[in-house]
Design a protein around this ligand. Sequence first.
Ligand code: NAD
Ligand code: WQD
Length: 338
Amino acid sequence: MAVLVTGGAGYIGSHTVIELLASGKEVVILDNFYNSCPKVLERIKALSGKEVAFEECDIRDKAGLDKVFEKYDIDSVIHFAGLKAVGESCQKPMLYYDNNIGGTVTLCQAMADHGCKRIVFSSSATVYGEHNVSPLKETMTAGGTTNPYGTTKFFIEQILTDIEKSDPEWSVCILRYFNPIGAHESGMIGESPNGIPNNLMPYITQVAEGKREFLSVYGNDYDTVDGTGVRDYIHVVDLAKGHLKALDKAYAENGTFIYNLGTGCGYSVLQVVEAFEKASGVKVPYKIVDRRPGDLATCFSDPSKAKEELGWVAEKGIDEMCADSYRWQHNNPNGYED
Ligand code: NAD
Ligand code: WQD
């Protein structure tokens, strides 16, 4: 029996594939390389010492998905495939609704047609919207998302919940990630953004590597410890391990389950810069600029439900996150593009 990993060539997917293989699972990666490249597959093979099945396919392609389900004995899906750039989603909402929502519905249809009814889904802390106050708990009302990307995650959560309600043979595990950073400690796989990074850590590592002159810190007048935005950064390997626990849950029980995956600790932008400089030994010049529209002052999780029900806790701290992010960037200055 195999686990189908959609978006398995991407940042979080590739780290999760490594953990799945290490635990002895059979894995099939499915990706269309929209935001990733084939080189990651070689790295996965080198790191794991295993040959991994790969299918180049778009999750919106029902006939393609059917072929994949016919070819392999797939009994669960970890669904990472999706577009994730907040700004781009405001410019191209139809692309985001089609790819993320349309793609998920097509995937679920293919799963149902082949009797595969276990799914672990990549959701996001963004579904808590603006109105909830941190620490964010799964019992809080989600919604009030502020951009099409976030809305796709909120809608997909609803869709998956409705599918399980309509057919109680389904098991749906919704994971709300906070801010994944870091990389595999080998420095062989990591986050490889196209163009100018949108997120804090890839921007910092590119400044440290001399690819960008300075970091723009988006506002220092928030009501936080030093005025800069506070987030719950989580090491991508801890996050990957959370998927294995969620998969165990999906095998053990039918139903819809929602878990935050975060550390429960918030760090400000300047605290991250300081931790990064300490871990890397490299200075990160920065300038304070205007706030970024749509940003919240503070966002961090209450991760206690995942601890109680899945037995999962994040183990790696901010120093390790920074050291591993830097190692990846330093070893691969252009990411996978070399
Ligand atoms: P990523 O872009 O590195 O990985 C996503 C992968 O999905 C890519 O390899 C891409 O090529 C593939 N993909 C996209 N559309 C596809 C399609 N239609 N068919 C097949 N493959 C497709 O992103 P990531 O950071 O690894 O994120 C994985 C998931 O986690 C996404 O759904 C994202 O929204 C979600 N998430 C990410 C973060 C974050 O900060 N990285 C936070 C919360 C949630
Ligand atoms: C973190 C902090 C910025 C860049 C986004 C998505 C969210 C989720 C994770 C997928 C904030 C500040 C950033 C920079 C800065 N993705 N910052 N200079 O905004 O918490 O979340 O990624 O689901 O949906 O919205 O993450 O890394 O962009 O920002 O000062 O160049 O760093 O203002 O306070 P964010 P981020």
